[in-house]
Write a protein that binds this ligand. Structure first.
Ligand code: SF4
Length: 363
């Protein structure tokens, strides 16, 4: 049973060219990938590796690290050796850092065309990337667009961002380099959506979606969900990254929730819980939901779970789930696959719910 048994329509994805970042396919028929970026100093190998390993565990499929200096470049090989997911070096300003990063065996590069500089410097990067078949993301950012485009459009409009991307795609293609992924990030929803829609009509390269500097966990999650969600519903997007002023684990969790809620990927439980109201019949309902969510976060199998706050309206939703509970009046009434399963004492709801779900997963 999946999370999507009530979803009758499927999103028709735009078919893009497929590239490979390390062992992970991107674009074409490949699933939409969840990415994140580390928040450590890359030169601190142990902290960076520890953070990446935590992200791997919760479903991060591609990781990007900032490479602002040679110390960071020198850390790349060892970081890559210790992790399982593909490693992307994020380069601004200095094309030599990009070349050296490729030589350190990273699986991909992200360069910001607005600040890498002249054509010949980009060609130098392309020469090495082509030789080693390393894909490059052209990461256009509204905050660092080329001056000529800012002058032409007056500000970093969606049109200006798309033109920047197209100019660089052309430069790459003229050089015979097509292992390309593109992103067009702005900090607001409207520009982001407009830019991606425009670019998606013009090119078939895989697109990496995100809202840059989206904000805190609360506001950034909302902005990212609207922008990324809208584009995904239109079939646009091959990888996603939710940028948050929060630990990167939150970025990965939100990324997965976006994909799960649209029925594009499945991973772990999708938990339906009621908002509570005046009919709530249990004191610590919110704690129960949070505790169950936390304790089941290790489960990868897709499951539809429901946790409801009263025994009047709760059973209906609980019955629709693979496993559900209606709490209240001192008891938890459990439902499994649409049928009454058992009744437990209020004090045992959390532990029994977790035990039963883990048993379902094992079987
Ligand atoms: S399940 Fe019960 S407590 Fe929860 S919102 Fe519905 S009526 Fe209110």
């Amino acid at each position: 049973m999946t999370n999507f048994k009530f979803q009758k329509e499927k999103i028709k994805r735009k078919k893009t060219k497929q590239i490979r970042i390390g062992h992970v396919t991107v674009g074409g028929e490949a699933p939409i990938r969840v990415q994140s970026m580390t928040k450590t100093h890359t030169s601190n190998i142990s902290e960076t590796v520890a953070q990446i390993k935590r992200l791997e565990k919760i479903g991060c499929e591609i990781i990007r690290v900032a490479v602002p200096d040679m110390d960071s470049v020198h850390a790349l090989k060892e970081i890559k050796r210790q992790i399982k997911i593909p490693l992307i070096a994020d380069i601004h300003f200095d094309y030599k850092l990009a070349i050296k990063s490729i030589e350190q065996c990273v699986d991909g590069l992200r360069i910001n065309p607005g600040n890498i500089g002249e054509r010949n410097k980009i060609i130098e990067i392309l020469k090495v990337a082509r030789e080693r078949e390393i894909p490059i993301r052209i990461g256009v950012n509204s905050g660092s667009l080329e001056k000529s485009l800012l002058k032409k459009y007056g500000y970093a409009s969606a049109e200006a961002m798309v033109e920047s991307a197209i100019n660089h795609i052309k430069l790459f293609e003229d050089f015979g380099f097509t292992l390309i992924k593109i992103s067009l990030k702005a900090p607001d929803v409207w520009r982001t959506i407009k830019a991606y829609r425009m670019l998606s009509k013009k090119v078939d390269y895989p697109l990496h979606l995100g809202v840059t500097e989206a904000g805190t966990q609360f506001s950034g999650t909302i902005k990212s969900s609207i922008a990324i969600g809208t584009l995904l519903m239109e079939g646009i997007g091959d990888t996603i990254r939710v940028s948050l002023t929060a630990p990167p684990e939150e970025e990965v969790r939100v990324g997965w929730e976006i994909l799960k809620s649209l029925g594009l990927r499945e991973r772990g439980p999708l938990i339906v819980s009621c908002p509570t109201c005046g009919r709530l019949e249990i004191d610590n309902f919110t704690e129960i939901v949070l505790e169950i969510e936390k304790k089941l976060s290790h489960i990868k199998k897709p499951l539809h779970l429901a946790i409801m706050g009263c025994v009047v309206n709760g059973p209906g939703e609980a019955k629709d789930a693979d496993f559900g509970v209606a709490c209240g009046r001192g008891v938890g009434i459990f439902f499994k696959n649409g049928k009454f399963y058992k009744r437990v004492k209020e004090s045992e709801i959390i532990q029994e719910f977790i035990k039963e779900v883990e048993r379902m997963v094992e079987n």
